[in-house]
Design a protein around this ligand. Structure first.
Ligand code: ZN
Length: 211
């Protein structure tokens, strides 16, 4: 599909939820897909101890294996982290790689985790959670401390529909990323246009897009 639409790109990877079914065979299939020029990242990979759709041991094993593969392919990473109680950061420290480029997508961590991600040079992906009154409270507090050259916005569609669409339309869609950007600009006290330009530049830099 990415070949029919000039502005669509893809990432490949086994999500932590699905690591119970992961194998070297499935990863080598993804490795061959990754040779396509429209595949610009490896992910989502990471740890999710909130839903526990796969056992912790499998999540960790296949997360580490995919870090190795992405490093060989020199692809930036998209991390999914939810309630990993510090394990994601511990693993990243035991598998160091000073070339590692990544976004912590749908960031939902603590201030200390945010500081460590930034220290590691990662980008921080903000979703519609920022627009949600209660759930977005701590995120809104942390957003001003993210350097502008490390900020990305996203929807995580079809999940996490931002306000105000949240009240009328249940399913999230990519067009609603606008609401995320507007809220982030508001929280940071920045003009939406200049923030949009900055986020665009960050996106192109991380995924090495020449648009
Ligand atoms: Zn995710």
């Amino acid at each position: 599909m990415t070949h029919q639409h000039r502005h669509l790109f893809a990432a490949v990877g086994i999500h932590p939820h699905d690591t119970k079914d992961c194998s070297e065979a499935s990863l080598s299939r993804l490795q061959s897909l990754a040779s396509d020029a429209n595949v610009v990242a490896w992910g989502e990979i990471g740890l999710d101890f909130n839903r526990m759709y796969s056992p912790q041991e499998k999540q960790e094993r296949w997360f580490i294996r995919q870090l190795e593969i992405a490093a060989e392919l020199k692809l930036p990473l998209i991390f999914h982290e939810r309630d990993s109680r510090g394990r994601l950061l511990e693993i990243l420290k035991t598998v160091p790689d000073n070339q590692r480029q990544a976004v912590v997508h749908c960031f939902s961590g603590t201030e200390s985790e945010l500081a460590q991600y930034l220290e590691m040079g990662f980008y921080i992906g903000i979703t519609g959670i920022v627009t949600i009154r209660q759930r977005g409270e701590s995120l809104r507090r942390m957003i001003p401390s993210i350097p502008s050259d490390r900020l990305l916005v996203e929807t995580d569609a079809p999940y996490l529909t931002p306000s105000p669409q949240r009240n009328k339309i249940r399913r999230n869609e990519p067009a609603f990323v606008r609401e995320v950007l507007l809220k982030v600009a508001d929280v940071r006290g920045e003009a939406p246009e200049s923030l949009a330009n900055q986020v665009w530049a960050n996106t192109c830099r991380l995924f090495r897009l020449a648009l």
